[in-house]
Design a protein around this ligand. Structure first.
Ligand code: ANZ
Ligand code: ZN
Length: 823
């Protein structure tokens, strides 16, 4: 008898699929469109690793399953080829990225085909090709036109190893996400996108998106909404000084008289306890507030802060700071309080200035203790009063407390006081309720080579001029030496013949922008491009976009839960607002897959524990490998890759193969086998759409065991439906067996096996019967039997009935499991 030989089966079907165009999708004509998206890979030189294949296979199963359910499925794939990943690799290998990228892409495609991904390559994208980035530049110009792209000099994260600016999202615990180097602060002119304007919408829409909760939570935290107030503390002019003001205060030179210092607080209820102000050292008012006597100290402190990297800045360390010499009036108490600068206040958050309430904020407490600033209690908990000293640390758990030392607000709860005090200060126009977001504008410029040049030109006469859309792409020139340097200027500035260009407006000699855009911009719109990847005239065709988008189902790694997904949502909203598309959320459903672990560690190139899928596929076949990957554990959690496990999966496919080889068309299928079959159809059909692949595979394995039990000869009608169930996992084998079963055409287009609930129902169930908690026997019942049925059956059984005298005092009935009679 012939045995399952994956190599020949897989070669045969790879070729058939090619010839028959099985994976080609009719975008214009196909009915019931279903857009299944997977996160596209960076085409690194080593080729695909098992982690990639785990992600893609799990997505491919969704795509194939939906096709079996009668959808036209579009499941494209492409390459996120621009960016630091590829560029750093090219630098390391000494190969130019323009040479390296197509080579890697070719290798990836070979591997992806081998793994049987249902991809129509006519719709592939490569973000580093001019026919793609031309439209990335177009997206940039849309934002520029809309006033959502702007340039400003800003403190930015600078990676001294990669020699480039990083977005906040690319800094993890103060380290460069790519190379782990501590990130420094630099002051550079950068292009930004105003994503912060979309913060509320990005937050609100999360409520109705069908996304995994962990992903939504990550996005919510990133957006970081805080409800609070802005309060103005005025720097008094000498005329505003009253006799009560401290003589020393009045004697100091007062700079910036009348200027408000605006703070952001979430605890306006504590304003009577605000005993000093703190500004970020970078705050624009610092210079004007600093008195001559304090100038040297302030300058030294600011210089020291500027030298600090972000890590040191953000860790909770010993508090430092310097007095500016100026005072401002607390609008609640009327008192003058000193204005300090300290690095624990960050310029990027809120207004870059705080009112310090040492009694109720931990960092303020440490600071006040160190610099002997007054600590005034304004909230009292149970058992405390206005005079209870604040000792040993701030009292931060104020939820149940009462306001004290706060004039007319004494006795209020914290929430009451919040409202009342803002209203009171708002009358004098010294406060307003505000919502603050942690989300910053998106810095999109990179002083690197391997990205799309930002399409603007600087002209002495016309200023910043966008490159007209019909002049796109601004092609990335071939630069022999593309290595970044420490200057903070992009390598593109080295090619004078490239960056000197006539102004598109007046024709005068002008200069191109030499920064390229962030890779995250490439991937923030790629899903829009896929259906129109073959079009040169438009970024995306309106009719196709209407038909195929938003994406029905998106699967990808949790490492992109914040950045990539948030940016994609933002760009989609902007394009909607500009009338280019008619939806504002790109991904209706998103699920994050888990990670494959090996020997307890995440599989990664840097850990050197990567598995080469080619070797496994050579040895076991792609179908076994795919199925094994999906059997490792719950798809959304991932699992541990063990070399031994794959043989069990292969045995399952061997037995399936043998079942189809040996099956008969004589007679009729066995009733018990049919019951198991229909139970399996139901289970796999339930499990696959909720990504529970491992349990679906386990169910199919169980069914094969029933099918082959005692070397019985299975009936054709018992085998063929299983071939359909397994088709999304083991696509080559399924096609082969489908054909052997006398069918023509792809199993993918044969629909889903018919499910019959009546056939799936258990004929009878076994119920344990207890008397006074002791098992006395069992009865056979219909699965839907009631308590009364069960009691009758038990009483009909003499071996049980003999223990029951008279009416039972109590009956405990667990349907399908147990009947307990208390007598
Ligand atoms: C007074 C106060 C009293 C505060 C109190 C807290 C407790 P979230 O909730 O994260 O938004 N803050 C404001 N801007 C800051 C900045 N740029 N750098 C550092 N800290 C800043 O935090 C809001 C609180 O963080 C604000 O409320 C402010 O301190 C501080 F018992 O104001 B609070
Ligand atoms: Zn000009």
């Amino acid at each position: 008898k012939d045995a399952y030989d994956p190599t020949s089966v897989e070669q045969k079907w790879q070729q058939r699929w090619q010839e028959r165009g099985t994976h080609a999708v009719d975008l214009a004509g196909g009915a019931r469109p279903f857009y299944q998206l997977m996160m596209f890979p960076y085409p690194s030189a080593e080729g695909l690793h098992v982690g990639n294949l785990f992600a893609f296979t799990g997505t491919d199963i969704q795509g194939r399953f939906h096709r079996q359910m009668g959808h036209t499925v579009f499941q494209p794939l492409g390459f996120d080829a621009f960016g630091i990943h590829s560029e750093n690799y090219a630098l390391k290998m000494g190969v130019h990225p323009m040479t390296m990228t197509p080579r890697n892409v070719g290798n990836f495609r070979r591997q992806l085909d081998r793994a049987a991904l249902m991809v129509d390559w006519r719709y592939a994208v490569d973000t580093s090709q001019p026919d793609y980035y031309r439209w990335t530049q177009w997206v940039f110009l849309q934002l520029l036109e809309r006033g959502l792209a702007y340039k400003k000099k800003a403190a930015v994260n600078w990676c001294p190893t990669d020699k480039t600016v990083l977005a906040n999202e690319q800094v993890e615990n103060g380290l460069c996400e790519r190379c782990g180097t501590p990130v420094e602060q630099r002051f550079l002119e950068q292009w930004f996108f105003r994503i912060s304007e979309y913060a509320e919408r990005l937050l609100q829409n999360l409520d109705w998106l069908d996304w995994s909760d962990t992903t939504k939570t990550a996005q919510r935290n990133w957006i970081g909404r805080s409800q609070g107030a802005q309060i103005d503390f005025l720097v008094p002019s000498s005329g505003d000084l009253s006799p009560e003001d401290d003589a020393a205060v009045a004697g100091d030179p007062i700079v910036m008289a009348g200027t408000p210092i605006t703070v952001f607080t979430t605890r306006v209820d504590t304003i009577f306890g605000a005993t000093y102000l703190v500004l970020a050292p970078e705050h624009p008012l610092v210079d004007a507030l600093t008195t001559p006597a304090q100038q040297r100290d302030v300058d030294a402190y600011r210089a020291a802060t500027a030298r600090q990297d972000v890590v040191t800045r953000k860790v909770d360390k010993e508090k430092t700071g310097v007095f500016t010499g100026s005072y401002a009036r607390n609008p609640a108490t009327g008192e003058l309080i000193p204005v300090w600068i300290a690095d624990y206040v960050l310029m990027e958050y809120g207004t870059g200035a705080i009112m310090a309430v040492p009694a109720h904020d931990e960092r303020d407490f440490e600071f006040a203790t160190k610099f002997a600033l007054p600590i005034v209690r304004v909230v009292a908990a149970e058992g405390e009063d206005a005079d209870t000293p604040v000792e040993g640390g701030a009292h931060t758990h104020d939820a149940g407390g009462r306001i004290v030392n706060s004039a007319q607000f004494d006795g209020m709860s914290v929430p009451q006081a919040k409202e009342a005090i803002v209203a009171w200060l708002a009358e004098g126009e010294q406060a307003r309720a505000v919502t603050n977001y942690r989300l910053h504008d998106w810095c999109i410029s990179r002083q690197r080579y391997w990205g799309p040049p930002i399409p603007v030109v600087y002209c002495d006469a016309c200023g910043t001029v966008p490159v007209p859309v019909d002049k796109l792409p601004v092609e990335l020139p071939f630069l022999e030496d593309f290595k970044p340097d420490d200057s903070g200027i992009s390598p593109l500035a080295r090619d004078a013949s490239w960056y000197h260009t006539p102004c598109p407006r007046c024709g005068a000699q002008s200069r191109r922008e030499t920064d390229v855009s962030d890779t995250f911009l490439d991937s923030a719109w790629y899903f829009l491009r896929y259906p129109s990847a073959d079009r040169d005239d438009v970024p995306f065709d309106p009719a196709l976009t209407k038909k195929w988008l938003p994406v029905n189902s998106y699967i990808g790694g949790n490492e992109h839960a914040v950045l990539h997904l948030l940016y994609s949502r933002f760009i989609t909203m902007v394009l909607k607002d500009m009338g280019h598309i008619d939806f504002e959320e790109p991904f209706t459903k998103f699920r994050a897959h888990g990670l494959i672990i090996r020997e307890g560690a995440k599989m990664s190139k840097s850990k050197g524990n990567v598995i080469n899928p080619d070797e496994y596929i050579d040895q076991w076949g792609a179908d076994s490998f795919r199925t094994y990957l999906m059997f490792l554990g719950p798809y959304e959690e991932g699992g541990d890759f063990r070399d031994a496990g794959i043989s069990g999966v292969r045995r399952f496919l061997d037995r399936l193969y043998a079942s189809a080889r040996d099956m008969t068309t004589d007679g009729a299928p066995d009733a018990a086998v049919l019951r198991k079959l229909h139970q399996t159809i139901r289970k796999v059909g339930d499990d696959v759409p909720r990504l529970s692949y491992n349990t679906a595979i386990a169910a199919m394995m169980e069914y094969v065991n029933v099918l082959r039990k005692g070397e019985r000869t299975p009936h054709r009608d018992e085998v063929m439906p299983l071939v359909q169930l397994v088709a999304s996992f083991a696509p080559h084998l399924a096609e082969e067996l489908w054909e052997r079963g006398g069918n023509t055409g792809s199993v993918l287009d044969a629909g889903w096996p018919a499910f019959d609930a009546a056939l799936a129902a258990e004929e009878s169930i076994t119920l344990a019967v207890q008397v006074n908690g002791k098992t006395r026997g069992t009865v056979q019942l219909a699965p839907q039997a009631t308590q009364q049925d069960a009691l009758a059956a038990a009483m009909a059984e003499p071996s049980i009935a003999k223990f029951v005298t008279g009416e039972p005092r109590k009956i405990i009935f667990v349907p399908g499991r147990l009947l307990n009679l208390v007598v």
